[in-house]
Ligand binder design. Structure first.
Ligand code: SAM
Length: 294
């Protein structure tokens, strides 16, 4: 898989890419990440990338021409519908290593985009190529979005100073999902928002399948040595060696944590009958505590 990032600050990415899973995934040839300096695609002596907004108002806007040049250079000219409408510049200068657009996507990072979730990360991980456009200032001239971008992505309901941190988030989350990127392939199923059980082989006879993949829930809490810290002991079950009991406890914790921190995820979670029983018991506990507190 290949990422191309279009930015006015390409140097931001160097340090992020030289550590941990991202470094290893690049070394193993699973992913290539190229940051392209937008100023290279300007034609004036001052290498101007921004201009004042039409209609007045605060700040500056990233000009369309350098971005269009950069995208054409990367072989990502205007979307086919736009080409049909007569927009010129459809990739004549495409980089030699251009990949078919069918398995590629041009993404505009924007606070106005659709929310980036694990499901979107999975969608992107199935592609060969993702081009990420990083805005700055007040944002990017909207014609770049209209003519070139397949998707507008926001990493959360807050405003960043630029798209670079958002691009790094997307690259990291997607790379983790590429087969071979993690030391332990199964771990991505157990992570928060992980896949449903159906996609994972049950590895222990008699253990309910719901005790395996996260099925869209949050992860369970993790503990390591020492067994006591700050006066708090590790839950006894984790020291018991009883793997069935440990799985049950972890699943219950996932349900409790999701209910407490992200009840919205419950609607889409893949729950087994076993999960539902646990959930009823948890809700019962909560109701009991509330009544006792009155
Ligand atoms: N005026 C824009 C708005 O209110 O939507 C904010 C522009 S922001 C200061 C500059 C750039 O940061 C954006 O063009 C975008 O590329 C990036 N950015 C800001 N917040 C983001 C978010 N939540 N997700 C992704 N990118 C973001």
């Amino acid at each position: 898989m290949r990422f191309d990032i279009v930015t006015i600050f390409p140097e931001i990415f160097a340090r992020i890419l030289e550590h941990g899973i991202l470094r290893r995934a690049q070394a193993a040839g699973l992913v290539a990440v190229n940051a392209h300096d937008l100023r290279v695609f300007t034609r004036d002596n001052h290498r101007t990338v921004d201009d004042r907004p039409f209609g007045g108002g605060e700040g500056m806007v990233l000009k369309p021409e350098p971005l269009a040049e950069a995208l054409n250079f990367l072989g990502m000219g205007p979307k086919p519908a736009q080409q049909a409408e007569g927009v010129s510049g459809g990739g004549e200068n495409a980089a030699a290593e251009d990949l078919p657009r069918a398995k590629a996507r041009v993404v505009l990072l924007s606070a106005q985009g659709k929310l980036f979730t694990q499901a979107v990360a999975r969608e992107l991980a199935a592609l060969d190529r993702v081009v990420l456009i990083c805005g700055r200032y007040e944002g990017v001239d909207e014609r770049i979005n209209l003519l070139y971008c397949d998707q507008e992505i926001s990493i959360g309901d807050y405003v960043l100073s630029g798209g670079e941190l958002a691009a790094a988030v997307v690259v990291d989350a997607v790379t983790r999902l590429l087969p071979g990127a993690l030391g332990n392939e199964a771990s991505r199923h157990f992570d928060s928002f992980g896949a449903a059980d159906e996609e994972i082989e049950a590895d222990e006879k008699g253990v309910p399948r719901s005790q395996h993949g996260a099925g869209g829930l949050l992860d369970y809490p993790h503990y390591t040595r020492p067994a006591e810290f700050g006066g708090v002991r590790v839950p006894q079950v984790l020291l018991s060696g009883d793997h069935r009991a440990i799985r049950r406890w972890r699943r219950e914790q996932q349900l409790r944590k999701t209910l407490a921190n992200r009840p919205d995820l419950m609607e889409r979670a893949v729950l087994s009958n076993d999960d539902r029983k646990m959930l009823e018991a948890i809700r019962g506990d909560v109701r009991l505590n509330l009544t006792q507190g009155e």
